[in-house]
Design a protein around this ligand. Structure first.
Ligand SMILES: Nc1ncnc2c1ncn2[C@@H]1O[C@H](COP(=O)(O)OP(=O)(O)OP(=O)(O)O)[C@@H](O)[C@H]1O
Length: 280
C-alpha cells in the first residue's frame, strides 16, 4: 500500500464510510483523521449515530471502509486480525450461558487453536487480573452485570492484545460499578502497556480513561475537537478532585455542544401544592 505511513499505534487518515442499504445511502464517517500513539489511551465521544462504532468496526475488520487508510502498528485491519494484535470488547460482549466463567474466558484462545494447558494458564492469569478469582466455575447467570463485563475484558486480555478496542464496555452498568471498572481498567492498561481506543457516551469516563479525547460531530461523523489530557497513566479516583479534571469535562461538553444543536432544557413548572395535603 503506497500511502501507508510508517507509524506505530493507530493511524486513521482520510477515512470515509458510506453504507448503502435498500437504496438508502448513509455517510457514517467522513474524511476522518486520528493518530493514537502506541501505548496511549484515546476516546471517541459524540452524539448517537455519529459513526463512533463504525470507526471501531473498521479497525476490528468487521466492516470495510469506503475510502481512506487505517493501520495498527502499520498493519491493515485484516493483517492486524491475522496477527491477533487487537481485541474488541463491546457492551453486548456475550458469554455462552452453558459455559462456566473460565471456559468463557478461554473461548478466544480456543478459537485461536491454543493448546489446552496454555489456555488454562492464560485464562487464570486474566481472571486474576480482573479480580474474578474464585468465580471460575460460576455460570454467567450467577454473575452480576459488572462481573460479566470483567469476564469479557478477561477474555480479551487472554489474547494479550497490543490494541484494546472498546465500544461502550461499561454502558449498561450503574455509575459506581462503572467508575470502579474504569480504574481497574487503568491498572490493567498500565500493566499491559496496551493502546486503548474507547467509544463512550460519558464525558467523565472519557476524561478518566484517556490521554486524548476526539469529539465527533453528528452524521457524517468528523472529528471536530481533540482534547489532550495531562494526567499521565498512574490515575486514581483522586483524579476527580484535580481542578484540571473539571476543566477537561467543561472543554469536552463545550465541544459536544458546538458539534451539534443542543436543544434547550425545558424545566416543567412546579405543580401547585395540593391545599388538602398542606392542611393535614
Ligand atoms: N450496517 C449498517 N448499514 C447501514 N447503516 C448503518 C450500518 N451501521 C451503522 N449505520 C448507520 O451509520 C451511522 C453511524 O452509526 P454508528 O453505529 O457508527 O454510530 P455511533 O456513533 O456508534 O452511535 P451510538 O452512539 O448510538 O452507538 C448511523 O446513522 C447508522 O444508522
Amino acid at each position: 500500500m503506497a500511502d501507508r505511513r510508517h507509524r506505530e499505534g493507530i493511524v486513521v487518515r482520510g477515512l470515509t464510510m458510506t453504507y448503502e442499504r435498500r437504496g438508502i445511502t448513509t455517510t457514517a464517517v467522513a474524511d476522518c483523521d486520528l493518530v493514537v500513539p502506541k501505548g496511549s489511551w484515546a476516546s471517541l465521544l459524540g452524539p448517537s449515530g455519529c459513526g463512533k462504532s463504525t470507526l471501531l468496526k473498521i479497525l476490528a475488520d468487521i466492516v470495510k471502509p469506503t475510502s481512506g487508510l487505517v493501520t495498527m502498528d502499520e498493519l491493515t485491519p485484516a493483517e492486524a486480525r491475522a496477527a491477533r494484535i487487537f481485541a474488541l470488547v463491546s457492551q453486548q460482549s456475550t458469554m455462552l450461558p452453558w459455559r462456566r466463567l473460565a471456559e468463557n474466558v478461554e473461548l478466544g484462545l480456543e478459537l485461536a487453536g491454543i493448546p489446552k494447558r496454555e489456555r488454562r494458564a492464560r485464562a487464570r492469569e486474566a481472571i486474576e487480573l480482573v479480580g474474578l478469582s474464585g468465580f471460575e466455575k460460576a455460570y454467567p447467570h450467577e454473575l452480576s452485570g459488572g462481573m460479566r463485563q470483567r469476564a469479557a475484558i478477561a477474555r480479551a486480555l487472554t489474547l494479550r492484545p497490543k490494541f484494546l478496542l472498546m465500544d461502550e464496555p461499561f454502558g449498561a452498568l450503574d455509575e459506581i460499578t462503572r467508575e470502579r471498572l474504569n480504574f481497574e481498567l487503568i491498572q490493567i492498561l498500565e500493566e499491559s502497556g496496551a493502546t486503548l481506543l474507547l467509544v463512550t457516551h460519558s464525558v467523565s469516563e472519557a476524561v478518566i480513561l484517556s490521554d486524548q479525547v476526539a469529539v465527533m460531530s453528528p452524521r457524517p461523523g468528523r472529528i471536530v475537537h481533540l482534547a489532550s489530557l495531562p494526567f499521565g497513566h498512574h490515575r486514581t479516583p483522586a483524579l476527580r478532585d484535580d481542578p484540571r479534571f473539571a476543566a477537561a469535562e467543561r472543554e469536552l461538553r463545550r465541544a459536544l455542544g458546538n458539534g451539534h444543536e443542543v436543544p434547550p432544557v425545558r424545566i416543567a413548572p412546579e405543580p401547585e401544592p395540593d391545599p388538602a395535603l398542606l392542611a393535614g
